[in-house]
Design a protein around this ligand. Structure first.
Ligand SMILES: Cc1cc2nc3c(=O)[nH]c(=O)nc-3n(C[C@H](O)[C@H](O)[C@H](O)COP(=O)(O)O)c2cc1C
Length: 181
């Protein structure tokens, strides 16, 4: 079994996938991972819409004019939302669940990519989350955070380069080292 550190070093965003479908058991494990993510006050108010119909994936990819191409060629896209009426940190809750899914997918040897929806617009200026909720028949009041595309990788990416980590963004005791007592 890979160590957690190796897993996160090797995980990269994968945007191209083979035609091979994802095993149902792997889909279950990915969703299980999402539902084990921590949430504020344990509200667990996320909702996940799994999309695997090819014609629906083609249409879902129109949620924004750039950056959504992986939705077109993935065998599975999981739309991630959480209910702001139930939890004010809905973005945080949904983000952690989405991240857990990406890590679980990586652990299964699958590739994934986060496709941002919240705050984006379609080519004609419609908010991307309205486009997604309408396409998938979701409740209008649920804001869509992102879509996680998942599939068997059809591209190879180098692992993270540990020599290029931004250690300059880490501060100890004080922003400026020489003002620290
Ligand atoms: C909040 C967020 C939004 C992102 N939106 C997109 C997106 O819309 N389309 C896309 O192809 N990748 C998207 N990504 C993936 C990033 O581009 C990717 O994580 C980044 O380039 C670092 O590469 P890595 O994941 O391979 O380390 C997003 C990632 C995050 C965390």
């Amino acid at each position: 079994m890979k160590s957690f550190h190796d897993l996160i070093t090797e995980r990269r965003s994968i945007r191209r996938y083979t035609d091979r479908p994802i095993d149902a058991e792997d889909v279950r494990l990915i969703l299980e991972a999402a539902m084990m993510a921590p949430t504020s006050k344990s509200t667990r108010s996320w909702q996940f819409v799994c999309v695997d119909k090819p014609e629906l994936l083609q249409r879902l990819a129109d949620c924004k004019p750039a950056g959504a191409l992986p939705v077109k060629n993935c065998p599975l896209a999981i739309v991630v939302t959480a209910d702001p009426a139930k939890t004010d940190p809905w973005i945080e809750d949904a983000s952690i669940a989405a991240t857990y899914m990406q890590l679980q997918a990586a652990d299964l040897g699958l590739g994934s990519c986060w496709i941002q929806v919240h705050g984006r617009q379609t080519a004609d200026g419609t908010p991307s989350d309205e486009f997604v909720t309408s396409l998938l028949g979701m409740p209008e009041e649920l804001p869509v955070l992102c879509i996680i595309t998942i599939g068997h990788p059809a591209e190879e990416r180098k692992p993270q380069n540990l020599d290029k980590l931004t250690w300059e963004n880490v501060h100890i005791n004080s922003w400026t080292p020489d003002t620290a007592e």
